[in-house]
Every structure is written in structure tokens, then in C-alpha cells.
Design a protein around this ligand. Structure first.
Ligand code: NAD
Ligand code: MG
Length: 394
């Protein structure tokens, strides 16, 4: 008898990671079914996804979006629709749910991811801001509740693939014989651009990634290398490493997705196309492997791989991330949330590109840090950083 299909909640189903996840599920209908989906702004897309996958639960941002959804042609099956954070937390905690895909962007995804950990779910984490804002608490909650945590971020997924297999599934554990990890970075669109022209960088230029197709915020974060900074922090909490064990290596071709270096001098790497369906499928099926629609990588065409050190003068945000990590959880939260506000202001044309790093540096210097012991403290602190950073811009 075949095993029952696993039921999946996709938080952030309308985004880039959400779409890639749905495509992997589309290729594996015998293994997976969509139980819940959420979307924030794009109600038409959410409706299209619901029409195709018939999820039992749909979550929208608020009452206005609910009205917008209901104004669309009625869906031909029975479903429930909920709103806001409460709806997201329901989608991540219902007993029917086997897997929760955390694909919301920013700290907005924290509460629902935390809820999934509290309810011992298998969590596929793309939303790196969860670990950056609440790394210690989130990992403790995962371990305490025996939830499973599988990294979707391509670098962390690559590292996970290069680690010794764990008997159950990935949980926080000290990794034996590991010397360090090398997180690769494409360097983004401005890797080779002269620093003295950074002043004139436009939104259009910052939202064109040379290799990856992703949501707007992470694409801008890649151009400033904030994204790599977030990933350094993410790696620290996921793999329980010291700062000195986390190296960033610029590799413009994005073929090697990261490397693990062991004490005997061996380096293990994971290679492949830059297509998020690969890490998503690995995290979904672990320890199995499943096929999907991403193009196969032709090893015979592999040539000209480059590696270089990151340039902190061009990418000061990466240095700020290391400094925040050395200070602790609250500083990491300031790094993340002031960046979210600064990027939003850059998108709206309120600040210049180079102001993003200046705003993060200033907020790290001026916002007083507090001890954050529970989720309520962390959410309150997030709101305070948002308010203070917005005030400093307007
Ligand atoms: P995206 O902008 O394409 O999608 C974001 C999703 O979150 C959408 O479904 C949107 O409706 C939802 N959302 C936005 N604001 C929200 C809010 N305030 N409340 C609830 N839902 C909200 O982003 P993405 O590129 O898919 O990235 C999602 C997450 O995955 C990010 O944390 C990103 O850093 C991480 N990630 C993405 C990629 C990638 O290739 N896209 C790779 C690695 C990690
Ligand atoms: Mg990444």
C-alpha cells in the first residue's frame, strides 16, 4: 500500500520561493498535497493557485484582501479562508499539516514560523529573517519540541548536503570534525562596478541579479550583500558555529552553492544550476531525492570558476553583519529590521542606494539593545526598530 500524501502549508505561496515550491509539488503529485496557502498583496495569483491546488485553507492579509478574494469567481470546492497573523499561525499549526514551508519575506514571517516549531512540524525554512531576528529562541524551540528544520536557502541547503547524514533528520547538533564553512556569494550586479559610481545606482540596476531570479527585497539585499550578511547569521544559528568558522567567498558564477571544510583538509561542495527547485526538493524529500523541472547541469560545460574575497569597502553591510553577530541577538535584529525599512525607503525613492548601509550602521550605533528572552519581546523590539528607523528617514 502506498503511503499517504504529505500535507503542506505554504506561507508566502505567491512569492518566488512559493512558486518554485508549487512547481516541485506539481512534479510529485503522489507524494505531496497543498493543505494551506497564504498571500499578501497578489490576490489574483493566490486565487489562481487555489484553483489549481484546492487547498483546504487560504490566508489573506486583512479584511480588504478577503473582500477582494471573494469578488473573484467562486472556487469549485469547499475551503476555509482566514486573515492576518492569526490565519498564518493556524496554517502552520493545524494537526493535519505535516510540512510548513516558511517563504514569507522579512520579519513578518517570524510568528508563524515560531508557531510551526512549537507544534513540532517539519519546517522548510526559506525565510532567513526568522533566524536573524530570533535565532537563539527559534533553534531552542525547534529542539525542545522535536520539530524538524530543513534549510532551503541554497547556501545552507548546500552545506546541509555536505554534512554527515543525521539518523533522524536535521536538528541542531554539534558537527564533528568540521573546521569551517565557506558560504559562496555571487557578488551581485555591482561586483565589478567601480566604487566611485555607487552614488548613482538606481532601483532598476539594483533589482537585476546576474544569476538568480528572486523577490524584490532579496534581490536588493544581494546587491548590497546584506543578503550574505543575513546568511552568515543564519548559518551561525543553524549549524551552531563560531564566527571564525564562517567564511564568505565570492564566486560570481553561482555554480558551487557552498563548501564545508573538515579538519583533515577535505573540502566538500554542492554544485548545480542556480534554481531554487533543487534545494526545495531536497528539503522536501530528505533523506530521499525527487525529480522536478529544473534543468540538469552539464558538468562537461564547467569551466572558468572564479573565487575571491569580498570587498568590504564596496559592501560595508557584510562587515556590519559580522559586527552585529559578534554583539548578539538584539544587534542582529537591528541589522535586519533597519535594513527592511531602508530597502523599502529605497524602493519608494525616499533615499539613495548608498544610504542603506549608512542607515543600518547608524541604527546599530544608536538603538539601545535589550535582552530578548521570548517571542513577545522580540516582536516588540522589531516594532521599536521599525518606528525609530522610519522616523530617522522621514
Ligand atoms: P517574494 O517577495 O517573491 O515573496 C514573498 C512572499 O511573502 C509573498 O507570498 C508575499 O505575499 C508574502 N508577504 C510579503 N509581505 C508579507 C507580510 N507582511 N505578511 C505576510 N506575508 C507577506 O520573496 P521570495 O524571493 O520568495 O523570498 C521569500 C523568503 O525566502 C525571503 O526571506 C528570502 O530571503 C528567502 N529566500 C529566497 C530565495 C529566492 O530565490 N527567492 C532564495 C533564498 C532565500
Ligand atoms: Mg541564499
Amino acid at each position: 500500500m502506498s503511503s499517504p500524501r504529505q500535507k503542506i502549508s505554504i506561507l508566502g505561496a505567491t512569492g518566488s520561493i512559493g512558486s518554485s515550491t508549487l512547481d516541485v509539488i506539481r512534479s510529485n503529485p503522489d507524494r505531496y498535497e497543498v493543505f494551506a496557502i497564504s498571500g499578501f498583496n497578489n490576490i489574483t495569483k493566490l486565487h489562481e493557485i487555489a484553483s489549481e491546488f484546492s487547498p483546504s485553507l487560504i490566508v489573506v492579509a486583512n479584511q480588504k484582501k478577503l473582500d477582494e478574494f471573494k469578488a473573484l469567481p467562486p472556487l469549485q470546492y469547499k475551503y476555509e479562508i482566514l486573515v492576518g497573523d492569526e490565519g498564518l499561525c493556524t496554517a502552520s499549526s493545524m494537526p493535519e499539516v505535516d510540512i510548513v514551508v516558511c517563504a514569507i519575506v522579512g520579519a513578518a514571517g517570524l510568528k508563524s514560523a515560531y508557531e510551526a516549531a512549537l507544534h513540532s512540524k517539519k519546517i522548510l525554512l526559506a525565510n532567513k529573517e526568522v533566524l536573524v531576528t530570533a535565532g537563539e529562541l527559534f533553534m531552542k524551540t525547534v529542539v525542545k519540541n522535536r520539530a524538524e528544520l530543513l534549510p532551503v536557502d541554497s547556501e545552507h541547503n548546500a552545506i546541509f548536503q555536505c554534512l554527515p547524514p543525521s539518523e533522524t533528520s536535521f536538528r541542531l547538533r554539534k558537527i564533528d570534525h568540521l573546521k569551517k564553512i565557506h558560504i559562496t556569494a555571487s557578488g551581485g550586479p555591482f561586483l565589478r562596478r567601480p566604487l566611485d559610481t555607487f552614488d548613482t545606482i538606481t532601483l532598476d540596476e539594483a533589482t537585476k541579479h546576474p544569476n538568480w531570479s528572486m523577490g524584490k527585497k532579496i534581490t536588493i539585499d544581494s546587491s548590497t550583500m546584506v543578503n550574505k550578511g543575513l546568511e552568515v547569521i543564519e548559518a551561525k544559528y543553524l549549524f551552531d558555529l563560531n564566527l571564525s568558522q564562517i567564511n564568505v567567498l565570492v564566486h560570481p558564477q553561482s555554480i558551487i552553492h557552498s563548501l564545508v571544510e573538515y579538519i583533515d583538509g577535505s573540502l566538500l561542495a554542492q554544485l548545480g544550476h542556480h534554481d531554487m527547485r533543487i534545494p526545495i526538493s531536497y528539503a522536501l524529500a530528505y533523506p530521499d531525492r525527487i525529480s522536478h523541472n529544473a534543468a540538469q547541469f552539464d558538468i562537461s560545460k564547467l569551466f572558468g570558476l572564479e573565487f575571491m574575497e569580498p570587498d568590504f569597502r564596496k559592501f560595508p553591510c557584510l562587515k556590519l553583519a559580522y559586527e552585529a553577530l559578534a554583539e548578539g541577538n538584539a544587534a542582529c535584529q537591528i541589522f535586519n529590521t533597519s535594513n527592511e525599512i531602508a530597502v523599502d525607503a529605497f524602493i519608494k525613492g525616499k533615499i539613495k542606494y548608498m544610504d542603506i548601509s549608512k542607515i543600518i550602521a547608524k541604527q546599530l550605533e544608536t538603538i539601545s539593545q535589550t535582552k530578548l528572552t521570548n517571542i513577545e519581546d522580540i516582536i516588540d523590539f522589531d516594532l521599536r526598530i521599525r518606528e525609530l528607523t522610519s522616523l530617522s528617514i522621514n
